[in-house]
Ligand binder design. Structure first.
Ligand SMILES: Nc1ncnc2c1ncn2[C@@H]1O[C@H](COP(=O)(O)OP(=O)(O)OP(=O)(O)O)[C@@H](O)[C@H]1O
Length: 483
């Protein structure tokens, strides 16, 4: 069986400082839990063959696919502000699959066993968190937000030891690359100048092909990465996504969202919302994400300093100049997105105020973020979580007046809103319900949830049950880092 593999291992050719080649750690009884046939097709892979007995061996890390070069990538990172060496401690990169469209995607197994970067860990992952990453990454894709994807989750047939024994699993992750801010930090700290230069040049070739080949190309790289992150984080904010662990090793240079450990979507709007059990100080709270993006990008800029100018002072000044652009860019992306959520095509100075007033009303009244926008979209104000609340009528009038001042019709405006306001998001209680059922062998709940999340801007009533807000919970919802 050929499976459709078409590997090109360009990262392996770059510099062996950047990775450690690794052997396989077979598991005893691998079985497919979920498989993404649409994604397999996009990658040029045969779904039937990959789901066969031989295919499962590949997805479990028991047998390397032809042409692959199994490796663990080296990287470092600031975790909650503290710098440390990291690297793939439980992930194995098979290589880069070249698709029929000649696109390049990393194929990585997460949970595939120990590597030279494992430190004290067992290199393994549990079924619940790997399915969670599958759900959220596919939900992000459905929402149109750049993200790594999930091709499959296999159960290993083995238990992993945590606080309790948990069923083990391996996720096949697909990414346009796994180059992180932390990869640059690693090379800037422990690699040579040539390593840094070749990583930066490689990143340009792989992700930023529009950058001109000039003396300034690393400056352009910094500029483009800043822009991509400003755009990405604006998209997170607009759908109420909270990443939960925005460490520098979890910021991908490609501009894709990566590592869906303790992430979750916000129901009730509040800027201080935190779900992660380990984020005790709220460093990565919803409202802090833009600022944390800036902090991470400053670390990226620091890593690039040797490439920006021979004169260090001048290089730092250049880096600072670029970093200072970020907040303005973020705000612009955010406001453009907010205008679309409110059905506005053109720009007026008071638009930010209009949006902020709505957010204030949501915060004051503990309104559901997603449902506030979807009620506006379908024009059923009686369904709005803000209906009957002080100030909402006045706000509606202001908004309707603003909408009527543009040349586009109300129908066009509504269409724009439908494409900008998801009716379905992966609500925490729904995700938990799907995971519980799946871990107990019933995949139907997960499959239905995934079907709803594939088309989150569909306002038909088919998946209406996913729009229902959970009853107020006694304790706040908590997520835990990837077990
Ligand atoms: N069970 C484990 N065994 C070995 N290393 C681990 C284990 N769990 C996490 N790590 C390592 O600890 C570091 C931080 O973990 P974190 O949970 O942020 O990453 P991850 O979810 O494993 O990986 P990724 O960022 O690729 O999605 C990483 O270097 C990771 O490889």
């Amino acid at each position: 069986m050929g499976f459709g593999w078409n590997f090109d291992n360009s990262y392996a050719r770059l510099s062996d400082t950047l990775y450690a080649s690794v052997g396989l750690h077979p598991v005893s009884d691998p079985k497919i839990v979920i498989f993404n046939e649409m994604l397999a097709k996009e990658l040029g892979l045969s779904s039937d063959e990959l789901q066969s007995e031989e295919g499962v061996q590949i997805l479990a890390g028991n047998k390397a696919p032809e042409g692959s070069f199994p490796m663990a990538q080296a990287y470092a990172g600031h975790q909650f502000g503290y710098f440390t060496m990291l690297g793939d401690g439980r992930a194995l990169l098979y290589g880069e699959q070249m698709t029929p469209e000649n696109e390049r995607f990393d194929i990585q197994l997460k949970g595939a066993g120990r590597t030279p970067f494992s430190r004290g860990g067992d290199g393994r992952a549990a079924l619940g968190p790997m399915l969670r990453e599958y759900i959220i990454s596919e939900a992000m894709h459905g929402l149109g937000i750049p993200t790594t994807r999930s091709l499959a989750v296999v159960s290993t047939g083995e238990k992993i030891i945590r606080e309790t024994d948990l069923p083990g699993a391996i996720l096949t992750r697909v990414a346009s690359s796994h180059i992180r801010v932390g990869t640059f930090q690693y090379v800037a700290n422990w690699g040579s100048f040539e390593d840094l230069q070749s990583l930066a040049s490689y990143t340009i070739i792989r992700h930023y092909t529009d950058i001109p080949n000039s003396d300034n190309q690393y400056l352009y790289l910094l500029q483009e990465v800043i822009k991509k992150q400003a755009e990405l984080i604006a998209k997170w904010q607009l759908v109420g996504f909270i990443h939960g662990v925005m460490n520098t090793d979890n910021m991908a240079i490609s501009g894709e969202s990566i590592d869906f450990g303790p992430c979750a979507f916000m129901d009730t709007y509040h800027p201080e919302t935190v779900f992660s059990s380990i984020d005790t100080k709220g460093r990565y709270a919803y409202g802090n994400q833009p600022k944390m993006g800036l902090w991470n990008l400053a670390r990226f800029a620091e890593s690039l300093v040797p490439l920006l100018d021979d004169d260090e002072d001048k290089a730092i000044e250049i880096a600072q100049g670029q970093i200072s652009q970020y907040m303005g860019q973020f705000e612009k992306y955010w406001l453009d997105g907010m205008r679309a959520k409110l059905g506005l095509f053109d720009q007026e100075d008071q638009d930010k105020e209009l949006a902020d007033e709505l957010l204030d009303l949501m915060e004051k009244n503990q309104a559901d973020y997603t449902n506030t926008f979807s009620a506006l979209t379908i024009g059923q104000h009686e369904k709005s979580p803000l209906q009957g609340k002080d100030g909402f009528e006045e706000w509606l009038q202001k908004w309707e007046l603003r909408r009527s001042r543009q040349t586009q019709s109300i129908e066009e405006s509504t269409e724009l809103m439908k494409n900008s306001n998801p009716s379905v998001i992966p609500r925490n209680h729904r995700v938990e319900e799907a995971l519980d059922a799946a871990v107990n062998g019933d995949l139907s709940v997960l499959e239905r949830l995934l079907a709803a999340l594939a088309d989150p801007y569909d306002y038909s009533s088919e998946y209406e049950e996913y729009c229902i807000v959970p009853e107020t919970q006694k304790r706040p919802y908590r997520t835990f880092c990837g077990t």
